[in-house]
Write a protein that binds this ligand. Structure first.
Ligand code: ATP
Length: 478
């Protein structure tokens, strides 16, 4: 992870928020490459979940909503994590995570006012080893603010801890305009905020993050089929953005782990360097949310089925994913250390680096980010072979402008070609195009207007005509 964090900073994927003031724990900024990566994740999700389907429409709601929404959803009363403090070293933990690290299980008992937690025997501080821990206390994760100038309880509002609730609150408005019939879905991408007790593992657990959520409304009784359908769809989607099936695992909730209203839940886990952890949760939530909003708002949330002439509260299947966790999974998955031939035109392939050893003669170390071309921040880099030859520079800029109209492209003329390749390897750019004297026709007319197209992973170089370039790249990144 340290190497990945360092690369993220060096190459402009991810920076600590407010770094010049010492940073802010749990908050992260995305640099030039990181924001392209995130945008590609969101675009891929939006295309596949919304635009390429007939049965899903989009929504973009506000971050601050009527506080009654969070009362109805249960977040005001029970969106809490159990917190413990070490009385010796003053470190603060999430009690369930602390127990998990110690191989213990946090005990809980249902009481009329909600769950109460108890530390099991053997619990101790994982930082200093002391057994002087406070009893777990519930801590509400929602960030509070005030609407208007008066900081009064009647003006309290919350930053949304998830994007999903707005979808339920706007269910009738969307239904009345979207010409959709159950089964259909409403999707939203946006920021969510949770005042996490212990943000950690780089961006994995942040206090401000982005979610991509779908509420897929279904006829009661069809929950199991639709849940299974969406688990399959979502697993396939992760593979389509380049995460290998071998590192993805569905975690199927046992009956006793489900929320009282849920009939099924599967989390998609990814093998991070810090362990296998959740990217997305796919839950069959029954009609819990719509019925809560119906009760609290006094407005009907029912759906009228034209065919059966019945009225009912739709059930829902909810795939809920985190953009930042997916970005982190892609970064971890893409990172490779290799030995690459010093002169790439020699045609040798890269070999995996051996830990603690020097590369053999004729090879040098490289770090390469093997993003799937579809998700790579920059698709193609264009280089003139030499920057002090105006004819090469002019031609390279012409090719750059041609490609830039279709793909995120990067122009670079600084340093020798090898250095420029290495920079693009670390950025994860799948293609590099070099304009040389052959392109100008200096070796004869048959080479004129051809360039070398270099593949990031195999280092193979091919001679391709400028005319064919856009189609070649488009095919790889679609
Ligand atoms: P956890 O158990 O890890 O706290 P959760 O199960 O409460 O997460 P959900 O409420 O199911 O998470 O949220 C759906 C998705 O939102 C998660 O799968 C994750 O991708 C993302 N997410 C939730 N909390 C965070 C966070 N603090 N930082 C980054 N992403 C998050």
């Amino acid at each position: 992870m340290e190497k990945i964090v360092a690369l993220c900073k060096r190459r402009g994927f991810i920076f600590q928020s407010s770094e010049i003031y010492g940073g802010l724990n749990g908050f992260w900024d995305y640099g030039p490459l990181g924001c392209e990566l995130k945008r590609n994740i969101k675009d891929a999700w939006w295309r596949d979940v919304v635009q390429r389907r007939d049965d899903v429409v989009g929504l973009e709601a506000t971050i601050i909503m009527h506080p009654s929404i969070w009362k109805a959803s249960g977040h005001v009363d029970s969106f809490t994590d159990p917190m413990v403090d070490c009385k010796t070293c003053k470190k603060r933990f999430r009690a369930d995570q602390l127990c998990e690290e110690l191989g213990l299980k946090l005990e809980s008992v249902e009481t009329p006012t909600g769950k109460q937690f108890k530390l099991p025997a053997g619990a101790k501080c994982t930082a200093c080893g002391s057994d002087q821990l406070t009893e777990p206390r519930s801590f509400n994760l929602m960030f509070k603010t005030f609407i208007g100038p008066v900081e009064d309880v009647s003006n309290v509002a919350y930053l949304r801890p998830e994007t999903a609730q707005a979808i339920f609150a706007q269910f009738q408005n969307v239904l009345s305009c979207a010409r959709q019939k159950v089964p259909f879905g409403i999707a939203q991408i946006g920021k969510a905020f949770r005042n996490e007790i212990n943000p950690r593992n780089f961006t994995f657990r942040s206090r401000e993050f982005e979610q991509m959520e779908l509420e897929f409304f279904i006829k009661p009784g069809t929950d199991a089929q639709w849940h299974e359908y969406w688990v399959k769809e979502r697993m396939k989607w992760y593979e389509s953005i380049g995460l290998p099936a071998s590192k993805l695992k569905p975690y199927v909730y046992k009956k006793e782990e489900l929320a009282h209203y849920a009939s099924a839940c599967v989390d998609v886990y990814f093998d991070f360097p810090f362990g296998s952890q959740e990217l997305e949760g796919i839950a069959a939530r029954g009609n819990f949310d719509l019925s809560q909003h119906q009760k609290h708002s006094g407005k009907s949330m029912e759906y009228f089925d034209d065919e059966t002439k019945e009225k009912y509260l739709p059930h829902v299947v909810e795939p809920s994913a985190g953009v930042d966790r997916i970005a982190l999974a892609l970064l971890c998955n893409a990172y490779y250390e290799e030995w690459a031939p010093t002169s790439e035109s020699a045609g040798s392939a890269p070999i995996p680096a051996e830990h603690g050893k020097q590369p053999p003669a004729g090879f040098e170390s490289r770090v390469v980010m093997r993003f799937a071309p579809r998700i790579a921040p920059v698709k193609v880099a264009v280089f003139p072979l030499l920057k002090n030859k105006p004819a090469l520079v002019e031609k390279a800029k012409e090719v750059f402008h041609l490609l830039r109209s279709q793909f995120v492209s990067f122009y670079d003329e600084a340093g020798n070609i090898g250095r420029r390749y290495r920079r693009q390897d670390e950025a994860g750019t799948p293609f590099c195009v070099t304009i040389d004297f052959d392109t100008l026709g200096e070796k004869g007319p048959e080479m004129k207007d051809t360039v070398t197209l270099r593949d990031r992973d195999t280092l193979k170089q091919e001679r391709v005509s400028i005319k064919e370039l856009p189609a070649r790249i488009a095919e790889a990144v679609k």
